[in-house]
Design a protein around this ligand. Structure first.
Ligand SMILES: NC(=O)c1ccc[n+]([C@@H]2O[C@H](COP(=O)([O-])OP(=O)(O)OC[C@H]3O[C@@H](n4cnc5c(N)ncnc54)[C@H](OP(=O)(O)O)[C@@H]3O)[C@@H](O)[C@H]2O)c1
Length: 355
């Protein structure tokens, strides 16, 4: 019975995609079935696809299980799903969870470490993959959950966690002695969320963005200065940390040339430009490293509390300007993918799809 579906992209050409029908999976003992309900799409999801092989993101949701060949990949998404069948005590039909989801109608999970806060998917093919992606949080056991803030959680939760830990790492290291923090793709959600965390803490915050996104990025009020990519030669030559979210090789080259040894740290965070270039940076930011350190410094509860406070400060601000555009159904997901991939989505917009 064709009552489920899967969206996939060609691994060697992310602009080529397919939507296929399939039967709703059956569950066996130890499994539960999630119906994917509401998800978001930002440049971060495209990055998962760009790094699909290198960082094993393609392995979370194997295409073969859905009758698709290995030339296809399922880009992971963040959002909410509903438990529609379960053989596992504590995972109940009707329960709503937040987590890492396939672009598909359903996901079979093997719940483990079940408690009031949710569960982990212990499916064998996910065992070796980074553990933060295997957690499903129950809405009823989640202090950050608010029913009327679901779209903010969908769009920002994983990004904001990175922004929070990135900002914290920079502060924790005394800003690496810099007088300026420079961010590329300053109009991206991850960049401006970090800027809101860093604002007023010491160094000057400078954003780099495309000419078309200058006005929006300036309007945010979280940067001291916003400069277009082709105006790097106008930047002050003061000790600067580069937090790179675009990954554009020519931007890095221009900065190195202009700043010379005043570029005191060069940290790769993202690649909205879709060109893998972590090797060219001095280091790659990886949130779990700083998270582990702060877990030791502050304890798990201290970290959670600081994160929740920062999340609440940020959502109070961002909800004032974010334009959530809600599409309906798998075709809307396919369209949103095409728009985000091509860079057609204005930075003010957040794509959410109700499936
Ligand atoms: N290391 C980590 O753990 C981690 C965690 C979260 C996110 N990230 C990364 O941070 C980056 C930003 O993610 P996000 O979801 O926050 O992005 P987003 O809000 O969707 O960012 C949109 C911005 O990215 C740039 N952009 C979008 N499409 C583009 C295209 N096709 N070509 C060139 N530039 C394009 C534009 O910014 P400009 O005009 O300002 O350049 C655009 O305004 C992603 O690469 C993501 O993977 C990394």
């Amino acid at each position: 019975m064709a009552d489920s579906w899967t969206f996939a992209v060609a691994r060697d050409d992310l602009g080529r995609s397919t939507l296929v029908d399939g039967a709703t999976p059956e569950v066996v003992d130890g499994e539960a079935l999630l119906r994917v309900d509401r998800v978001g799409l930002t440049a971060n999801n495209v990055t998962y696809a760009v790094l699909g092989d290198a960082m094993r993101y393609w392995e979370f949701f194997p295409p073969a299980a859905r009758g698709l060949g290995p030339q296809w990949g399922l880009p992971p998404l963040w959002g909410f799903a509903e438990v529609v069948a379960s053989t596992v005590a504590g995972v109940e039909v009707g329960q709503r969870v937040y987590g890492y989801l396939p672009p598909a109608g359903h996901l079979v999970v093997r719940p483990d470490r079940v408690d009031a806060s949710g569960f982990r998917d212990a499916s064998p093919h996910r065992a070796e993959l980074p553990s933060p992606y295997n957690a499903y949080r129950s809405t009823t056991g989640d202090p950050a959950y608010q029913a009327d803030h679901e779209d903010l959680l969908i769009l920002f939760r994983p990004l904001f966690f990175t922004s929070f830990m990135l900002a914290d790492q920079v502060v924790d290291n005394g800003f690496y002695g810099a007088e300026a923090l420079l961010m590329s793709s300053a109009s991206s959600k991850t960049a401006y969320a970090a800027a809101f965390e860093l604002r007023g803490r010491g160094p000057r915050l400078v954003g780099l963005t495309s000419p078309g996104n200058l006005a929006f990025t300036r309007s945010l009020g979280c940067y001291d200065e916003v400069v277009p990519y082709d105006d790097i030669s106008a930047l002050d030559t003061i000790p600067t940390v580069y937090l790179d979210l675009s990954g554009t090789p020519s931007t890095r080259a221009a900065l190195r040339q202009h700043l010379g040894d005043r570029l005191v740290r060069d940290i790769a965070v993202g690649l909205t430009n879709q060109t893998p270039n972590a090797d060219a940076a001095e280091e790659v930011f990886f949130a779990p490293v700083q998270m582990r350190k702060r877990g030791q410094d502050w304890g798990r509860e201290g970290l959670d509390q600081r994160f929740t406070e920062a999340w609440q400060r940020f959502t109070a601000v961002v909800s004032g300007w974010l334009d959530v555009q809600v599409g309906v159904g798998p075709e809307a997901l396919q369209q949103a993918w095409a728009d985000v991939l091509a860079g057609r989505t204005p930075p003010r917009v957040g794509h959410v799809v109700q499936l």
